[in-house]
Ligand binder design. Structure first.
Ligand SMILES: C[S@@+](CC[C@H](N)C(=O)[O-])C[C@H]1O[C@@H](n2cnc3c(N)ncnc32)[C@H](O)[C@@H]1O
Length: 209
């Protein structure tokens, strides 16, 4: 069974992010009332109440996850709260719709093709001027240690320093508006800057030089 399906029933007991930290990291997106948000790798839906608080009660939120069981937990918790749940692997499946903001909280290290996947989400699913946030409420070194230990159970890449990851995105023509990391957080904020904005070089070229 998939690691996240296995963990779904106990996820909220084993992974308990602090509410202040979640709110703070999400505030980097500057969400406002009425904005349409896509929550990628929603898991049990930990970010949903924080997104809802900012976009208001009437705007639909779309929450995506590849794990059926994680998604089931999330949909139990947030039934009737205007959240549309979709089971999809964002590395393989193309998602419909454009959003003002895309949140990827604690999911980026699990992407096998991180630059391609982010580039596709930006070009296919962000509105012009929309923002995409890659975020963690733990520091890179700590996360890399956890992922190293879990490697036999779940695919995880080591996070690059945020500046290096930003440079990798920039080399393919993506716009990184800010990034940062400490021992307590890690984030990159990207923006879709224009309609028909072309990626400047191939993804492989950007990564391997
Ligand atoms: C570490 S968990 C984090 C869940 C949630 N964001 C949280 O912090 O509690 C990563 C989640 O991303 C999902 N995920 C991993 N790769 C994915 C992909 N390619 N497409 C969609 N979801 C994915 C997993 O199923 C899992 O629920």
């Amino acid at each position: 069974m998939n690691f996240f399906d296995e963990m779904a029933g106990v996820w909220d007991r084993t992974s308990r992010p602090d509410a202040d930290r979640l709110g703070n990291i999400l505030s980097i997106l500057h969400l406002s009332e009425g904005e349409k948000v896509l929550d990628v790798g929603t898991g049990t839906g930990v970010m949903i109440p924080f997104i809802r608080e900012r976009v208001g009660p009437y705007t639909p939120i779309v929450a995506v996850d590849s794990s059926e069981k994680m998604l089931r937990e999330a949909s139990w918790r947030y039934a009737g709260e205007g959240v549309h749940f979709i089971q999809a692997d964002v590395e393989r499946d193309r998602l419909a719709g454009r959003f003002d903001a895309i949140v990827l909280y604690s999911v980026f290290p699990h992407f096998r093709y991180p630059v391609d996947t982010i580039a596709r989400l930006v070009t296919d699913n962000l509105c012009c001027g929309g923002r995409l946030l890659i975020a963690h409420t733990q520091g890179r070194k700590h996360l890399n240690q956890i992922h190293e230990r879990l490697l036999s159970r779940v695919f995880s890449r080591q996070l690059l320093p945020a500046a290096e990851q930003a440079a990798q995105f920039t080399r393919v023509g993506l716009t990184v508006t800010s990034f940062g990391e400490t021992d307590d957080y890690y984030y990159l904020l990207l923006q879709r800057v224009g309609v028909g904005h072309e990626l400047s070089v191939s993804i492989a070229e950007a990564i391997y030089g």
